[in-house]
Design a protein around this ligand. Sequence first.
Ligand code: GUN
Ligand code: ZN
Length: 438
Amino acid sequence: MSPIQAQHAVRGRFLDIQHSVSQASDIAQAVRYIEDGLLITVDGKIIWFGTWQEGQALLNKNVIFEHYPKQLIVPGFIDTHIHFPQTEMVGAYGEQLLEWLNTYTFPTELQFKDKAYADQIAQFFVHELLKNGTTTALVFCSVHTASVDALFEAAEQHQMRLIAGKVMMDRHAPAELCDTPESAYQDSKKLIEKWHGKGRNLYAITPRFAPTSTPEQLVKAGQLKAEYPEVYVHTHLSENKNEIAWVKELFPEQKGYLDVYHHYGLTGQRSVFAHCVHLEEEEWDCMHETNSAIAFCPTSNLFLGSGLFPLKKTWEKQVKVGLGTDIGAGTSFSQLQTLNEAYKVQQLQGNKLSAFESLYHATLGGAKALDLHDKLGNFNVGKEADFIVLDLNATALQTLRQQRTQGIEDALFALMTMGDDRNIQATYVYGERVYVKK
Ligand code: GUN
Ligand code: ZN
């Protein structure tokens, strides 16, 4: 066989989930673990993946080659819900959702009308994602179009696949942070035309949540989705009990919270709803029937005292789910830390979240929630080469624990319980190494 023209190759211990599954109990059979593996990429895509023994003959002499004999290489983490303008406000004390928004969030987001400020935080934000091994995220910007430009410009520097959008919000927030139905429509339309499908960037129509949009604005959001069916919808749903009661007061003619979004044409295959902690039975059914997805945000749900997300229900009801950090209500950019809390949230409900299920949610399951599973989420040939190198021994305590692990599943579970950005040795985006731990 003649050598493949390879730009990049990485050798090491690889772990991924080969295909999506419909039950948690099927995940173990979908796990692929190669002790001494080889991944070859050309122009950002995976062109070959398998064992080193089989693949070494395919390597081109001029290949850029890295060998990680002791580490673990997994697909890049996918964060299905995060707020870029809230990067600086993690750990805001003492409030639950609605008071937290008024006291901390709105004043912070006001600063993003200034493009220079937005640029500065966008650089920090993108670096922080990469440093935490997150290679794709679905991101809330602020109401200002400058915040969207700043974020996509920063992502483009690394050819990173981000989905983001301008917040639409025309009531129940400071006047300076409000748009109007018409300006939100026009601004979003311009941003879709400018950014959706440019490089790896994708756009999400982003009404903040039902209480901060008038019915007129939700009509406009639905109109945008009808005009651009390929773009995403990204919003919040059923996070906090006071929020849910407020939505019922504001939209008495709708059956419930999700029905507000459904009524305005905002549910569907590329719609992602953050939280969904307190969904009613009919709402679970609507999520399934419309093929909408949930972003499960455990650190945020605990920090704001919102509640315990019933992850098991997503399997029972066949609803897509990904993991979200929800910075700045969430407390860490790390998907490892997010999984640590996800495990505890399930423990409190008498359920077990296995290490392999956790890996699934952080990678292929997240890709599926974002309707990107044909491009991302594992090492299948043809997919985009976003992956990370995990150091399992970043601290003395981790080393002590890892020396006693019993197999790869236990090693992964220990990593997910104790790990954070210190465990990310390198991050590759579109075949290029864009971050290396110093
Ligand atoms: N609901 C509406 N806006 C927000 C927000 O910024 N963060 C969270 N966690 N929930 C919200
Ligand atoms: Zn959020």
